[in-house]
Write a protein that binds this ligand. Structure first.
Ligand code: NAD
Length: 311
């Protein structure tokens, strides 16, 4: 299949591109390298440096004529979205619409969208949270993701677009940016390997649903084979505290590990955990990599990066 991956130089997107190429798809990448990295780009994929908000996206679509669009490019920083909701909206909503319109205009058939499970349901006390709970995102980033889901549904209904929106939990694994706002496994790994203390915001008892990158990519691939026209949580159904993540990462670091507690970040959700019965039922997907195994592999990768001076 001819597939376009936006955000293909990023953490999740680059793993997806590698896997699609291994499965003999023809893959192109659109990325503005704002948080993505050139080293992540697979040379077998045609790279279009550019912004999803740009009108040039139409020429790219006309040239590539992708049948499938994996849309992962986004302003991913929740805090930035609260500081500058207009910018967040421009990238995450208008940019997505720009892509969808151009994709449909050149005969595109299916969009798989990287949505969020972590902030989609706000402060619900129904945990693990199924998709039947009303979405109530409490940050502009989440509101934008929900808006795009609604647009996809609209284009499905009136323009015959096939789609799937995958509501990812907290994805972790090799290549995750260790110097950004989120991605606690990567951030702790890099700091502890550098002999610095891990900083825990709040009491560390806040929980998230941590899902390993390989499992996430498997979910993405399953949507290629089926036509769900729906949204799905992609998580493990298990709640893990940040304190527990610290302990699990520290296990694999061959030096003393310290943690420091800092004031909780305003607006952080206390607990998050995704129910996964829906994706199991419709796509036959279930997380397979245990947290212990996923963290071992991730820390191993960061160790290799540190040894080769890339961290
Ligand atoms: N990592 C997670 O835990 C997680 C959880 C839920 C949802 N998601 C979603 O998954 C997707 C990928 O996230 P990631 O963790 O790989 O982040 P990432 O920052 O590594 O990847 C995002 C990519 O998009 C590119 N990009 C950003 N703005 C762009 C623009 N305007 N035009 C073109 N390219 C642009 C960046 O350069 C980067 O390569 C995002 O949509 C994110 O919201 C991620």
């Amino acid at each position: 299949m001819r597939i376009l991956v936006t955000g293909g130089a990023g953490f999740i997107g680059s793993h997806l591109v590698d896997r699609l190429l291994a499965d003999h798809h023809q893959v192109a990448v659109l990325d503005n390298l704002s948080t993505g990295r050139k080293e992540n780009l697979n040379p077998e994929a045609k790279f279009y440096p550019g912004d999803i908000r740009d009108k040039q996206v139409s020429s790219l679509m006309a040239e590539e004529k992708p049948e499938v669009l994996f849309h992962l490019a986004a302003q991913i920083n929740v805090r930035k979205s609260t500081e500058d909701p207009i910018f967040d909206n421009e990238v995450n909503v208008s940019g997505s619409l720009n892509l969808i319109k151009a994709f449909l205009a050149t005969g595109g058939k299916k969009i798989i969208f990287a949505s969020t499970g972590g902030v989609m349901y706000g402060e619900t006390d129904i945990l693990p949270t199924p998709e039947t709970v009303e979405p109530f995102p409490l940050c502009p980033y989440g509101i934008a993701k929900l808006s795009v889901e609604k647009y996809l549904n609209y284009f499905h209904r009136y323009f015959n677009l096939s789609f799937a929106a995958l509501r990812f939990g907290n994805v972790y694994g090799p290549r995750q940016n260790a110097f950004s706002e989120a991605g606690v496994v990567a951030i702790f790994s890099a700091r502890l390997l550098a002999g610095k203390p891990a900083i825990i915001f709040g009491d560390g008892q806040q929980t998230r649903d941590f899902v390993y990158i390989d499992d996430v990519i498997r979910a993405c691939l399953l949507t290629l084979e089926q036509d769900p026209a729906s949204f799905f949580n992609v998580g493990t159904g298990e709640e893990t505290s940040v304190n527990e993540i610290f302990s699990q990462v520290a296990r694999w670091i061959d030096k003393p590990c310290e943690r420091q507690y800092a004031p909780a970040k305003e607006g952080d959700i206390r607990r998050s955990c995704l129910a996964t019965e829906k994706i199991k039922k419709y796509l036959g997907w279930q997380a397979q990599v245990s947290l212990a195994e996923g963290i071992r592999k991730t820390v191993q990768w960061f160790k290799e990066q540190a040894l080769s001076g890339k961290l």
